[in-house]
Ligand binder design. Sequence first.
Ligand SMILES: [Zn+2]
Length: 340
Amino acid sequence: MKAVRIHEFGGPEVLKYEDIPDPVFRKDQVLVRVRACALNHLDLWVRKGLPGVTLPHILGSDIAGEIVDCGEYITDLNEGTRVLLAPMVFCNHCEQCASGRQNFCPQFTVLGYGIDGGNCELIPVPRVNVIPIPDTLDFEQAASLPLVFLTAWHMLVGRAQLKVGQTVLVLGAGSGVGSAAIQICKMYSAEVITTAGDDRKLEKARELGADHTIHHYREGIGDEVRRITNKRGVDIVIEHVGQATWKESLKSLKSGGTLVTCGATTGFEGDLDLRFLFSRQLSLLGSYMGTMGELTEVLKHVFSGKLKPVVDRAFPLSETRAAHDYLASSEQFGKVLVIP
Ligand SMILES: [Zn+2]
């Protein structure tokens, strides 16, 4: 099959489009023909080098396609069924997995990170990862869903316990997590303030339902949030930018507010004045992916049309390097994909 692999860590030039043997699948696995694979910032981090990645390696966490074949232990799925794949892998028998907290499993990893992903034509996966999709979604839309909608749902509903009518600051409306978070907030009738770096993205954010937008190069996020909320601040901040926005994010919280973070694309250092943390009674929460239960729950709202995947553009698999450059440029609004 055709695949894009990395044989060493580095810039986009380490992505090699090449012929490799078809994967061998086990009796308890499903073989899926990849029709679309969405990129995440995780792809850029893994390509640059992360511990636990065995080379050569295939990137790609968000996969949609068709079932080609099922191992003999799989009796409830058929060839040709259109599916998306849960983006995580876990043992499915430890105490955490058994209690539905798969993202605390000691063996938990993400497709395309700890094991080979979907930047290829065929991928074998455990039955539990395979989720049939309705005809209303094409493969590009389906592949744009799993990682970011799961992450945003776990952040807002699982971790920050979003309630109807709260005010939420969502950083980076054009990012996958941002565009998913805006929609989930609106489903909860929350008031959404969001940020982006150009007017076109701010307009698209308003189309997704954002009530207020902040141009983060022209305006100070914290000051603008305080102006919009009559100095109160927001109940929840959805953080994934990191170093560049950390101070502004803290400044935007109301007393008793909650900041939840799932990433740090601009850097890992964040200052914290502990007096500010205790006197304002803030909650600072970390979030990583989510559970299978949460994925099922958020997909139910997508399949019923309440939440919509946001697709920016797709590249052929052979042009994965260009897709990485485009994602790194932050010009996109929504997901960037590769098509085998
Ligand atoms: Zn486990």
